[in-house]
Design a protein around this ligand. Structure first.
Ligand code: AMP
Ligand code: MG
Length: 476
């Protein structure tokens, strides 16, 4: 077995308060279910040199690659708006980095941050994260990636009883969260916040490293982070993605999607759609994702105030002047994304009305979100058999046609295949029975989400009544 691979660990250079060293639990019966060969190649990981048994041993944490010192990271977070001073990787383990990307196991056993949890993961969330994160990547949305899924060979006990366990290998540009900053803010540890700020710039915003003062660096980080998050939510909105649990500990400083817990995609369009069983008040509903991300960015700002100005009211004033205008632009970023999906290339403010009219029409008619955008060319070319003819549709079409020059390119913007909830659910159910073939086929379909293929027809269709997924669960 070639062992030329060498993991780095930049996180280990941070002070020990940032993490805890951990060993994975033992999973003698673990087996390999999915392995992402193309991602392995991108990372320079020579997977061909390893047998399935060896890969299983590596990605269950038993065999350590050269240079690997497994650690669980410390972080805090605001969960559903409530502060929790200590969360941390309760069931995750950072093995190290390859080409600057974190290689992390999820579900590999308890850590000092497990609290009352078992440190394990059920197989369902592993399969969901694998499918959805890879699909998001193909849809052009910044995200963590999926390298490997294992069956752990053990049972875990969850809400609905016993389930097979799973171990997931996640690849991420980093695991720095808003909650990581909050962990030190809760302790009033300004020195660690300063170190974390510099580390975050090195990994995600090196263009700001030329700024010499910490005040400038903090403001620059806030603004760049806000910009990326605003764009991310716009992209989520464009594919009907509902994250479901946008707590600050699930909000990555690199501005990509992380932690696919109770996430789901819209079937029929509804502005304030909620799937997550624990989101009783709709805090993380589809259209609430903009105000929530604004709130999360401000929570990061809270932690950086002491670096921005020793005088807190001066620091707040600076944030209000420089950051708030960026946050206020998030709604427009989302509207622009919908306009782009409608084929409106040169956005002007009046187009907001066209977007709103279209979305209100979709909601009123309970139309499938994905197909409603995909079928737009037929509406433009007067060959429509998809959209119910109503006065609202007429009103929209009249205005829309004046603003669209061409719909030729729309099939490369509006996907036909997304990881629909019922398809993911079916993949999970079959995987529980030991059958991975549907899951693998779904991954193949989602690999090219914009290209229609006759033989994949069933993957483009909304769920039948009996297939509908109404509720999603964290499953942790
Ligand atoms: P999540 O809902 O996945 O974002 O997790 C929130 C927090 O709960 C994180 O600190 C996790 O590490 C922790 N956690 C979730 N599931 C488990 C588990 N099964 N065992 C231990 N900790 C967990
Ligand atoms: Mg999380």
């Amino acid at each position: 077995m070639s062992k030329e691979i060498d993991l780095e660990s930049s996180y280990l250079k941070l002070p020990p308060v940032f993490y805890q060293r951990v060993q994975a639990a033992s999973f003698p019966e673990a087996s390999l279910l999915l392995f992402n060969e193309s991602l392995a190649l991108e990372l320079g990981f020579p997977y061909q040199n390893y047998s399935a048994e060896e890969l299983t041993s590596i990605f269950s944490g038993k065999t350590l690659l050269k240079g690997s010192t497994p650690i669980a990271l410390a972080y805090a977070g605001f969960q559903f708006g409530h502060p929790v001073a200590s969360l941390g990787d309760g069931r995750a383990l950072l093995l190290g980095e390859l080409k600057g990307f974190d290689i992390q196991l999820k579900g590999s056993g308890v850590t000092p941050f497990s609290r009352r949890g078992d440190g394990l993961s059920a197989l369902g969330p592993v399969i969901r994260e694998y499918i959805v994160s890879e699909a998001m990547n193909r849809l052009g949305i910044p995200t963590t990636r999926a390298l490997c899924a294992l069956r752990s060979g053990e049972e875990v006990y969850r809400q609905f009883g016993e389930e097979p366990g799973g171990i997931f290998t996640r690849v991420a540009p980093s695991h720095i969260r808003v909650g990581t900053f909050q962990y030190f803010a809760f302790k009033n540890d300004i020195d660690s916040i300063t170190k974390l700020l510099n580390y975050t710039l090195e990994r995600h915003y090196p263009e700001h490293l030329n700024l010499s003062s910490m005040a400038e660096r903090a403001m620059a980080l806030l603004k760049s982070f806000a910009q990326r998050q605003g764009e991310l939510i716009a992209k989520w909105s464009g594919v009907g993605f509902i994250h479901g649990v946008m707590n600050t500990d699930n909000c990555a400083l690199g501005g990509f999607t992380i932690d696919y817990g109770p996430c789901a995609f819209l079937d029929e369009f509804k502005f304030y759609k909620v799937f997550s069983s624990i989101d009783e008040r709709g805090r993380y509903s589809f259209f609430n994702q903009v105000p929530i991300i604004q709130w999360n960015v401000l929570r990061l700002a809270d932690t950086l105030l002491p670096l921005i100005d020793a005088n807190e009211s001066q620091a707040i004033k600076k944030v209000e002047q420089e950051l708030i205008p960026l946050l206020e632009n998030f709604t427009e970023l989302r509207t622009r994304e919908f306009a782009r999906k409608l084929g409106i290339n040169e956005f002007v403010q009046e187009d907001t009305l066209i977007v709103t009219e279209f979305l209100e029409y979709l909601e009123k008619e309970s139309l499938d979100f994905t197909l409603s955008f995909r079928n737009l060319p037929s509406l433009y070319n007067d060959t429509n058999i998809f959209y119910p003819k109503t006065k609202e549709l007429d009103s929209f079409v009249t205005k829309w046609k004046q603003r669209v020059q061409s719909v030729e390119h729309l099939d490369s913007i509006n996907p036909i295949y997304i990881p629909r909830n019922h398809l993911v659910q079916k993949a999970i159910e079959l995987s529980y029975q030991g059958d991975m073939s549907f899951c693998k086929k779904l991954l193949t379909v989602l690999d090219s989400p914009f290209q229609e293929r006759e033989e994949y027809k069933e993957f483009s269709l909304p769920p039948l009544q009996q297939e509908r997924v109404e509720r999603t669960f964290c499953g942790t």
